[in-house]
Design a protein. Structure first.
Length: 209
């Protein structure tokens, strides 16, 4: 007799396929149960509703991404606060920023389906604004970073709308890779070019270049 663990795994596998094909809004619980070979009663034994089922697939990897970002951003801000001579990294591919970006790429591609569900298939769910949340965290970080740098250089603060735009560009760059580049290996080859572009623009704001 099939155990509860196996039944739940079948439902999650079927749900992932359904959400990937149709998106959250159009996905059918009936189809998910049919393809999993279980009754709707079995589904409701494990999950409250479609939202709960979708969340079971994407919540953990999304929370991990948030934690990775917060950890990196806090460390970067602390380093710049302590460093009187904030300067351009001579080699972007050996910088802490680049290492963190590579680690992010590795994580994103290790959870490729779940990340694509979040980015392009979550409309109608409570995760539909997940990119906005990533932008919000990034904007908060860059505003803090910019304030530190401007204070050190005795220059006016950068307009908050510019900081907001930069934050969008950075998050969209990673979203683009995940949704348009089909392998981690290819993404890592493109990443240095993206990083050089993003960091070059950031440094130029403070006349480092």
């Amino acid at each position: 007799m099939e155990g509860e663990k196996e039944t739940k795994e079948k439902l999650l596998k079927s749900a992932k396929a359904e959400f990937m094909e149709k998106g959250y809004a159009a996905a059918s619980l009936r189809s998910i149960c049919k393809n999993a070979g279980v009754t709707t009663g079995a589904l409701y034994f494990f999950f409250k509703d479609k939202e709960d089922l979708f969340e079971s697939l994407v919540k953990e990897p999304f929370q991990n991404i948030l934690s990775m970002m917060e950890e990196h951003y806090n460390l970067e801000a602390e380093q710049i606060e302590e460093n009187e001579d904030y300067a351009v990294a001579e080699d972007i591919e050996t910088s802490d920023d680049f290492t963190s970006s590579v680690n992010a790429i590795k994580f994103l591609y290790a959870h490729y389906d779940e990340m694509n569900l979040l980015i392009v298939k979550s409309q109608g769910s409570k995760f539909s604004n997940c990119l906005d949340e990533l932008v919000r965290i990034t904007e908060k970080h860059y505003a803090r970073l910019s304030e530190i740098i401007c204070k050190k250089k005795n220059m006016p603060n950068v307009d908050e709308r510019v900081i907001h735009w930069i934050s969008h560009v950075q998050i969209e760059a990673f979203a683009y890779l995940l949704t348009h580049v089909d392998s981690e290996e290819k993404a890592e080859k493109i990443l240095p070019h993206i990083m050089k572009y993003l960091t070059g623009g950031w440094y130029k704001l403070y006349d480092f270049i």
